[in-house]
Design a protein around this ligand. Structure first.
Ligand code: ADP
Length: 276
């Protein structure tokens, strides 16, 4: 077979493709964001360069107001960069997409709808086939221990259960990227830790690319493959380190010498004046 013909063979092409690193799921190049209101402008973020590979869990920690949520909203397509480019799956972003699921700090569940209907909410907007969406919603509720609460209304749920419902809703369309904006911030410490470990387990099963915004260094290290520390506003990436801790992670992970080392390093970095 001639080299050209060989290259045209679908089997060879697929093999070549596998040896080629795939485009990052998310890629930011020189991204900045400035908000203008009335007579003043706020330089909220950047410039930021960031590439996130498929299946990676990225944790982002930074001081309040440094632009973390802005970064997440840009990746979600809810904001547009002032400068720079933002690619998802190698293509320029044009607004929100079903390829991205978001969980916010506030669960934003509709009080009059049942847990199941809350999870199914995006189905219509995203034109998901009803039967398929229903099957997936039930599967997600089972996965998160909410199966028996499918018919309950949000006021009958604990804070942790409400956030689990929000997680199921974010995962309904089987997004490639899951964005988590301080998802546990409104929960008590015990529930927060319980849900962090549960998220770690779920993430390992579902293997989605995830980006977590958090104020908690412990949560960031416990969950992530990669720890990103940001500067004061305008937020820039000051440190980007791999979290080389074994998985699965559990309650004992926090006793791991590497966990303690990473936590200490992050604390020193964030609280040192030089990181501003
Ligand atoms: P963080 O999530 O790190 O707390 P944010 O991304 O929410 O920070 O905000 C970064 C900065 O941008 C803050 O000073 C905030 O007031 C400002 N900001 C965020 N969104 C807007 C907006 N829509 N209009 C004007 N300013 C904004």
């Amino acid at each position: 077979m001639k080299p050209d013909a060989l290259a045209a063979s679908p089997v060879v092409a697929a093999a070549i493709d596998r040896t080629r690193p795939s485009a990052p799921v998310v890629e930011l190049k020189g991204v900045t964001k400035t908000f203008s209101a009335d007579s003043h402008t706020v330089h909220a973020l950047g410039p930021v360069d960031l590439a996130i590979e498929a299946g990676t869990f990225v944790s982002v920690v930074g001081p309040s107001g440094c632009g973390k949520s802005t970064l997440l909203r840009l990746i979600a397509g809810l904001e547009t960069p002032t400068q720079g480019s933002l690619l998802r799956g190698g293509a320029a972003l044009d607004g929100p997409s079903r390829e991205v699921g978001i969980v916010f700090q506030d669960h934003v569940l509709f009080p009059w709808a049942t847990v199941l209907d809350n999870v199914l909410l995006p189905a219509e907007v995203m034109a998901l086939p009803r039967g398929q969406a229903l099957e997936r919603a039930r599967w997600l509720l089972e996965l998160t221990g909410l199966k028996d609460f499918a018919g309950h209304r949000p006021h009958m749920l604990s804070g942790g259960m409400k956030q689990r419902t929000a997680f199921c809703r974010a995962m309904l369309a089987d997004p490639k990227v899951l964005l988590l904006d301080e998802p546990f911030a409104a929960l008590d410490a015990l529930t927060r830790e319980e849900l962090s470990l549960e998220l770690s387990r779920l993430w390992q099963d579902l293997r989605r690319t995830a980006l977590l915004i958090t104020h908690s260094i412990d949560e960031a290290v416990l969950l992530g493959d990669r720890l990103i520390l940001m500067s004061q506003r305008p937020g820039r990436i000051r440190l980007d380190v791999p979290i080389d801790l074994p998985r699965p992670r559990d309650v004992n992970t926090e006793k791991h010498p590497r966990f303690i080392e990473l936590r200490q390093m992050a604390r020193e970095f964030l609280f040192s004046p030089a990181s501003a």
